[in-house]
Design a protein around this ligand. Structure first.
Ligand SMILES: [Zn+2]
Length: 320
């Protein structure tokens, strides 16, 4: 079984090597996250036929640390949140933060200081203002398609709330901004690496976790992330096939020529010639806010019973 797997991987890698640049199976394999990368035929959103890297991922494993999300009481400290009411910014989920929200009409705790926590995967509609914390289901698989040869689109695609951004090397999907408390009344807590669990049970990023320290320092937030690496490291690939790096280029400098999507053309560790790639921004959540390239149709599918990407026909619950 393992020999068959390795042989198929070798075939994929030799196929990838013949191509200029793009989503690279070798990068995902090196990160030891993806069980069986494959090259498949796919259709891009502009209707053209293409080849895509197909990645089937699940939770990276028991050793992959997540959380904390919601604190139990206002005397405890949880993860992070991007507040967009008065005094907007990125905050640690602690008593000072929840008291500030209460002054603005959003009270997440009772008279004893206990935080109202609810599970958005439970199917129950939470009352009042609740801190959302979904239950991890390590059996959930996500299947994504990423073009192997990136293709510039005629116009950029803005990434709205919970839009599909890309796939991290660790096999964790990357989504754009989580929904605002101002819209839902609920707070889908992020952990200190900028990730949390979807109602469907799968963990996903809402930030460039490998370079989150740069953004947290910029935002004056005191938090540590165990998945932090180097600002110049490859974080993953966007769904248009362009690579996503931390805030720095391979020589350690922060580029000053980034476009509106936080990308530019330059040298990368993965290419012999200058290529387009994205960078993490300084502001949290430190992700591109738009994509410059064409994505594949049906590029994110899960086997979960609900949530983003679920395929069983049930209407998804409010996104988190
Ligand atoms: Zn660069």
């Amino acid at each position: 079984m393992r020999n068959v797997f390795l042989a198929s991987v070798a075939l994929i890698l030799s196929t990838m090597a013949a191509q200029a640049e793009g989503a690279d199976a070798e990068d995902f394999l090196a990160a030891n996250a993806i069980a069986a990368p494959a090259i498949v035929d796919c259709t891009l959103t502009d209707g053209s036929a293409a080849e895509c890297l197909q990645l089937v991922t699940s939770f990276p494993g028991e050793a992959f640390r997540i959380g904390p999300f919601c604190p139990e009481t206002i005397d405890d400290t949880g993860g992070l949140w991007v507040w967009d009411g008065d005094n907007p910014g990125t905050y640690r989920l602690d008593g000072a933060f929840f008291r500030m929200l209460s002054e603005q009409g959003y009270t997440f705790y009772d008279a004893d200081g206990v935080i109202n926590i609810s599970d958005p995967g439970s199917g129950q509609r939470p009352e009042g203002n609740t801190c959302l914390e979904a239950t991890l289901d390590t059996d959930v698989e996500t299947t994504v398609l990423i073009p192997t040869e990136p293709k510039m689109a005629d116009a950029v695609t803005d990434l709205g709330t919970v839009a599909l951004v890309g796939m991290a090397l660790d096999g964790v999907p990357i989504f754009a901004d989580a929904p605002s408390v101002l819209e839902t009344g609920h707070l889908p807590a992020l952990d200190t690496c900028g990730g949390h669990v979807d109602p469907g049970g799968y963990y996903h990023w809402h930030a460039t976790a490998t370079d989150i320290e740069t953004a947290l320092t910029h935002e004056h937030v005191d938090a540590d992330c165990v998945h932090e690496t180097s600002p110049s490291d490859l974080f993953g690939y966007a769904y248009d096939g362009y690579a996503m790096y931390g805030s720095a280029d391979m020589d350690g400098t922060v580029p000053n020529d980034l476009d509106q999507c936080s990308g530019h053309v330059g040298m990368t560790a993965g290419s012999d010639t200058p290529v387009y790639h994205y960078h993490a921004s300084e502001a949290f959540p430190n992700l591109p806010t738009c994509l410059v390239g064409v994505t594949a149709r049906d590029n994110f599918v899960t086997n979960a019973a609900m949530g983003i990407g679920a395929q069983n026909g049930r209407p998804p619950p409010p996104p988190q």
